[in-house]
Ligand binder design. Structure first.
Ligand SMILES: [Zn+2]
Length: 228
């Protein structure tokens, strides 16, 4: 059981890293393609890539930090309310828990017995798990989660940034697009393998939506490029 939990945790962590890298690739490449399609100089393209990395990593970190914190606050508030209810109305709480087990398939008498024993053992824990769905009181690490999100975004944006320096301006849009598609396909495959889903389907889906994002950006870039 312990091993299984660890395995799930690791999978979630890897999944988040892959998603962050996907974000880094798509948004940085889209921005670079948009700016390059407008006919900008290398300096401007490079600046756009840098701005994308800084802004993207910052926004990922802030979003993740807020998300982890509010999730923790929510769980804390739920547990606090449950604790008060257990003190104020223990009988109703026992019935409530027993009802949950009846809905899951136990007969009434057994459900009551299970609920009674679990509540004798640890009432709050039993209600947290079976009523609120809070399985484990893990120590939340919002700062760590924020750093990991930002880092995965930066890793994803590194290749498009490098390309703005080494690729010739004429080939910038096509090279950026091809490199992004190959990276996305590989990451999509990895994500599918981790999640146990269809690798080809998952890679094709991320490539399709990545193409939509980059194409829109190229379109906007070329429209504004024509006007200037
Ligand atoms: Zn309850």
């Amino acid at each position: 059981m312990q091993n299984e939990n660890h395995y799930i945790h690791r999978n979630n962590w890897l999944r988040a890293a892959v998603l962050g890298a996907n974000d880094g690739i798509i948004s940085t490449t889209s921005l670079v393609i948009g700016v390059a399609a407008a006919g900008s100089s290398r300096q401007v393209i490079l600046l756009a890539a840098l701005a994308s990395l800084v802004a993207g990593a910052g926004s990922m970190a802030a979003g993740e930090y807020v998300s982890v914190c509010s999730q923790t606050d929510l769980e804390k508030a739920d547990l606090e309310r449950e604790k008060n209810e257990l003190e104020a109305t223990p009988k109703e709480e026992l019935e409530e828990l027993a009802d949950i087990y009846v809905k899951r398939g136990l007969d009434k008498q057994l459900a009551r017995q299970v609920a009674t024993q679990l509540m004798t053992h640890n009432a709050l824990d039993a209600h947290a798990k079976d009523e609120l769905g809070i399985n484990e009181m893990t120590t939340p690490r919002p700062l760590q989660a924020a750093m990991a999100s930002a880092a995965s975004f930066l890793i994803g944006g590194l290749l498009p940034l490098l390309f703005t320096i080494i690729i010739s301006i004429e080939k910038m849009v096509v090279s950026q697009y091809l490199s992004a598609i190959v990276s996305l396909a590989i990451l999509g495959g990895i994500a599918a393998k981790i999640g146990g889903s269809n690798i080809k389907k998952s890679a094709m889906r991320i490539c399709f939506w990545g193409t939509v994002a980059m194409l829109s950006s190229a379109l906007v870039g070329s429209i504004f490029g024509m006007n200037s």
